[in-house]
Design a protein around this ligand. Structure first.
Ligand SMILES: Cc1cc2nc3c(=O)[nH]c(=O)nc-3n(C[C@H](O)[C@H](O)[C@H](O)COP(=O)(O)OP(=O)(O)OC[C@H]3O[C@@H](n4cnc5c(N)ncnc54)[C@H](O)[C@@H]3O)c2cc1C
Length: 514
């Protein structure tokens, strides 16, 4: 007799799939329901410009996954199902208006050489921070992978206390509250080094003056040097395909085109799901939602939602919006700073004040005149993504308005705004225009069309500002990955430890249910 379904996962994002794969390998019967025609959510690879050019439409950098708990537990299974990582020895650089650049390399002595050429006054501070992060990283990663609050997290903090002492622990706490501007002002002198670090805050929604940005900026900047940067060989979708295959090989199922319309609740516990088609499916043990928490009230029966005061999660604040520009190219951009051709990411702020202005404009609903750009050059590391000798460019435009204050719609302004972005890049790589074979843009509205979780184009699944981070994510009282209904669990970017492809929240839920 076939085993009945024990756990239903709603949503085949990286966290839903991670939870399902871990549970399936642990012997649980799982069913993943995905409303889209393909799994992956914000991890998707398509030949979106022209055939032969494989673009990661959204996430590309898989560093969080590579260093996370799912890879540690299932790495062998995933590799057996065709998932391979390729590492860049030159993770990222920033380019500046005077034609110079500053690059971080996996070889620390090479980074120091780069720094010595551009900002020798910051070399000592960089070395000190490298040493500190080397000491702190195991504890920071331990907390990131633990439920909050939890005994495991307290144990990690206790070990950290033994290793770094009270002052060391207070320094880490300070980082979690400090803005990037304040942190870089404390540590560096050159505006170039400060900007190099601050652009990482902009990957999340930490503009230079937002409390909490220092932690992420430090982790990613010095972490890039300590741990390098990795992408999926052939595209990030290979990770999704491998997770699906692990689930299926272990008796589970991933069903696409299956939108969950309602979570059924009996005797105050989640018992299953009703699909948009009307089909009802029961789960013996639990329902796991990989849905943005703000969408949770609509999934619960009205009476239950009211009783559990679920509606307050609608106050969970989004981050600002993102737009993607995908280019198929005849060659890599002709960067004025020629070495930039060899890096996985090229950042253009250019400086801290520019990034602060960008954020202020976007938050007020205005299109920033000088958008912050994360320019991915994946074919430098993985040439298999384009025909021989050709390249792709992955341009992430960070910090855009969720809604435009002048009443216009993203569908109306996106192409013209992409032209402005291209002009900005052209200033740092004159001649890029002539190398473009094809361009496809995905506006914030397109992001939400691809994935309902990316509400209004918020690529983060909810702001990471300290007021809704750590044990406060998504809202006070909803921590520990439990929704306010028994046997209903939550994972995904809207839960701790937030956005990114780490898969940690899925792993935490799988641990609870194993
Ligand atoms: C443009 C962009 C670039 C990014 N770049 C990076 C990067 O380089 N590195 C990195 O680490 N992170 C990056 N991120 C962030 C990262 O991709 C996301 O935080 C992460 O993938 C979110 O995973 P998730 O588990 O929350 O699920 P999601 O990706 O949000 O997927 C959830 C799934 O649930 C489905 N769903 C929702 N409601 C229902 C329902 N009712 N029934 C059935 N299915 C439903 C959705 O269709 C979706 O497929 C990027 C994000 C974006 C948007």
């Amino acid at each position: 007799m076939e085993k009945s379904i024990e756990v239903i996962v709603i949503g085949a994002g990286i966290n839903g799939l991670s939870a399902a794969a871990l549970l399936a390998v642990a012997g649980k019967k799982v069913l993943v329901l995905e409303s889209n025609d393909a799994p992956g959510g914000a991890v998707r690879t398509e030949q979106i410009t022209v055939p032969g050019f494989h673009h990661d439409l959204f996430a590309m950098n898989l560093g969080l996954f590579a260093g996370g708990p799912v890879m540690a537990a299932l790495g062998g299974h995933l590799t057996a199902h065709g998932f391979n990582l390729v590492a860049s020895s030159k993770p990222f650089c920033s380019v500046y208006p005077d034609g110079s650049m500053l690059g971080v390399e996996a070889d620390a002595s090479a980074t120091i050489k780069n720094l010595t050429a551009v900002a020798p006054e910051d070399v000592q501070a960089w070395e000190e921070l490298t040493a500190k992060l080397g000491l702190w990283a195991p504890f920071l990663i331990g907390v990131l992978n633990s439920d909050l609050p939890s005994v495991a997290a307290v144990k990690t903090l206790w070990k950290a206390h033994r290793a770094v002492g009270t002052v060391g622990l207070y320094e880490i706490a300070k980082l979690a509250l400090q803005s990037t501007r304040s942190f870089t002002d404390e540590n560096f002198i050159s505006p170039k080094t400060k900007a190099l670090m601050a652009t990482w805050g902009m990957h999340l929604d930490f503009a230079p003056d937002v409390s909490g940005g220092a932690l992420f900026s430090l982790l990613e900047t010095i972490g890039g040097q300590l741990f390098g940067m990795v992408i999926g060989q052939g595209g990030a979708v290979t990770l999704i395909d491998a997770l699906v295959q692990v689930i299926e090989a272990n008796g589970g199922e991933v069903r696409c085109g299956a939108r969950a319309d309602q979570i059924t609740v009996d005797n105050k516990r989640a018992t299953g799901v009703v699909l948009a088609t009307g089909e009802a499916i029961s789960a013996k043990k639990a329902v796991v939602s990989n849905v943005n928490p703000r969408l949770m009230p609509a999934l619960l029966p009205a009476g239950v939602a009211e009783e559990a005061n679920v509606k307050r999660v609608e106050k969970f604040q989004p981050g600002l919006a993102t737009m993607m520009i995908h280019l198929a190219l005849d060659d890599l951009p002709p960067w004025t700073a020629t070495e930039a051709r060899t890096y996985n990411y090229v950042h253009i702020g250019p400086y801290i004040d520019d990034m602060a202005q960008t954020y202020t404009d976007a938050a007020a609903g205005r299109l920033p005149e000088s958008p912050t750009l994360v320019i991915g050059q994946p074919t430098v590391t993985d040439p298999s993504r384009a025909p021989e000798g050709k390249h792709i460019l992955w341009v992430q435009v960070r910090m855009l308005p969720l809604k435009l204050a002048d009443g216009s719609q993203w569908d109306e302004v996106a192409e013209a705004y992409a032209d402005l972005v291209m002009e900005k890049i052209e200033g740092y790589a004159p001649g890029l225009k002539d190398l473009i074979i094809a361009r496809t843009i995905l506006s914030p509205t397109d992001l939400e069309r691809y994935n309902v979780n990316l509400i209004s184009g918020d690529s983060l699944g909810g702001s990471h500002h300290p007021s809704q981070f750590f044990f406060l994510r998504p809202v006070p009282g909803w921590g520990r990955h439990r929704a306010p209904v028994k046997d209903l669990y939550m994972c995904g970017a809207g839960t701790w430890p937030g956005g990114g492809v780490g898969g940690s929240s899925g792993a935490i839920v799988a641990k609870i249910l194993s």
